[in-house]
Design a protein around this ligand. Structure first.
Ligand code: SAM
Length: 198
């Protein structure tokens, strides 16, 4: 099992970026995300994506990050620009995981030094400042060697890949799914963008 732990979340400032951290976690093969600050809006946004698009991803907010990270029974990774470059450690990380669970910590603002001391691996995705979203995506992609992109999901809404346009297969109730995705604009969007197949 792969857990992502997001610390330093400020519900009013970081709503969008923490949502993206959660969506990247889900889409790139993690099983759950823990977020330090309680944020029910974030929980319902992420749960709605999982209900619509499938999979078993879960979210829990309002946790004690230091306790969760310290007591985690498995391999602990802290993503930080101050760490060792991912390509110099990913082999060792995969070797030490071998059936164990993994927890990956990403920050928002300044990450407390405790995170660095508790981690088994402090890993940089280049030693340059960028974003927790990109760092997490690249780490998971390196960890899974790209295989996470082949994972199949089955939800109420299933994207049918195509070269042009947008196609979504809706199961079981098309109108209900459209309303969930597009709200009151649902009818317009059906005509504009989406061809439905059964
Ligand atoms: N300046 C903060 C610090 O010193 O702790 C980090 C702020 S950064 C915007 C937020 C998070 O993005 C970091 O905590 C880290 O998890 C991730 N991050 C940013 N750049 C990274 C990099 N080059 N490699 C790995 N993670 C990175």
């Amino acid at each position: 099992m792969i857990t992502v732990i997001r610390i330093g979340h400020r519900p009013f400032r970081d709503k969008r970026i923490t949502t993206h951290v959660a969506l990247v976690s889900r889409a790139f093969g993690a099983d759950r995300i823990l977020v330090d600050e309680k944020d029910e809006t974030l929980e319902s946004t992420v749960n709605r994506v999982t209900e619509n698009f499938g999979g078993n991803f879960s979210i829990k907010t309002g946790i004690n990050w230091k306790k969760e990270f310290k007591d985690f029974n498995g391999v602990k990774v802290n993503l930080s620009m101050y760490g060792i470059n991912v390509d110099d450690r990913i082999g060792a990380i995969r070797e030490s995981v071998k059936g164990k669970d993994v927890i990956i910590l990403v920050g928002a603002e300044k990450v407390p030094i405790d995170a660095y001391n508790i981690a088994d691996y402090n890993i940089a995705i280049a030693n340059q400042p960028h974003s927790e979203v990109s760092a997490l995506a690249i780490f998971l992609d390196r960890f899974y060697e790209g295989k996470e992109l082949e994972k199949k999901y089955e939800g109420k809404m299933n994207v049918i890949p195509m070269d042009n346009g947008k196609m979504v297969k809706f199961i079981p109730d098309e109108q209900q799914c459209m309303k969930l995705l597009y709200g009151e604009k649902a009818d317009e969007r059906i005509i504009e963008h989406v061809t439905t197949v059964y």
